[in-house]
Ligand binder design. Structure first.
Ligand SMILES: Nc1nc2c(c(=O)[nH]1)N[C@H]1C(S)=C(S)[C@@H](COP(=O)(O)O)O[C@H]1N2
Ligand SMILES: [Mo]
Length: 216
């Protein structure tokens, strides 16, 4: 799988991490500022991924939620659509320094997935796998924060394939690499497991307000 990724892009982003590119050394305060340190506002919505952009139809899409949960599930589109609708408008921040304000996403809230699968107390981390082979990781408390969601729509339209449609994760409180596009599996785990960018020099937490771009 790895050979099919855009190797040049991966290499140049690894280099950014090695060199600490874009770091301002300032801390931001979301109560005061709208733009995290070192970010700039864009109006369009850039596409960032490893170049594979898998095509997954609604009929064939499946999402598994497994690991340390009482009730592991595999949801198809109908099962997802049967969950309570959830909608929010959030700013997104990519580690490559673009931020985009006021993105309206519709989909399902993590709280409703939690009610369904009932994670066990030992589960402290959540690991994500996507159809392009991408992986990422979050602390459980971050995933279960009220702002994380699975998105099926953006600005009222079905989420396009290049932005991770039919189903992606949206975790607005972290840099956007933590939001897996084309998500296929969410695993609750007792142990952390750094994902694609986290093993290539990117920060394990990725909080834009603390400018956690790269590993120390
Ligand atoms: N499956 C998958 N998800 C992914 C990525 C990827 O390469 N594959 N790239 C991440 C990165 S680095 C960013 S900035 C955002 C970009 O999302 P966008 O293309 O919708 O802006 O997706 C994240 N999720
Ligand atoms: Mo990114």
């Amino acid at each position: 799988m790895i050979g099919r990724f855009k190797e040049k892009l991966v290499r140049s982003k690894e280099k950014w991490a090695e060199e600490g590119r874009l770091l301002t050394g300032e801390a931001g305060d979301p109560a005061r500022d709208r733009l995290p340190p070192g970010q700039r506002k864009v109006d369009g919505w850039p596409v960032l991924d490893l170049g594979l952009q898998p095509e997954i139809g609604r009929e064939e899409m499946r999402l598994s939620i497994d690991g340390l949960v009482e009730n592991p599930v595999t949801l198809d589109w109908a099962a997802l659509a049967a969950l309570p609708p959830f909608s929010q408008t959030v700013d997104i921040h990519c580690v490559t320094a673009w931020s985009r304000y006021d993105n309206r996403f519709d989909g399902v809230a993590v709280a409703d997935l939690v009610r369904l699968v009932r994670p066990k107390p030992e589960a402290k981390f959540v690991l994500f796998e996507a159809h392009d082979g991408y992986t990422t990781n979050l602390k459980r408390a971050i995933f279960e924060d009220e702002t994380a969601m699975l998105a099926t729509h953006w600005e009222g339209e079905p989420l396009s394939r290049d932005h991770g449609g039919p189903l992606r994760v949206v975790v607005p409180k972290k840099y956007f690499w933590k939001s897996a596009k084309w998500v296929k599996r969410i695993t609750y785990s007792a142990e952390d497991k750094p994902g694609f960018w986290e093993v290539r020099g990117y920060h394990n937490e990725g909080d834009p307000w603390r400018e956690e771009r790269y590993q120390d």
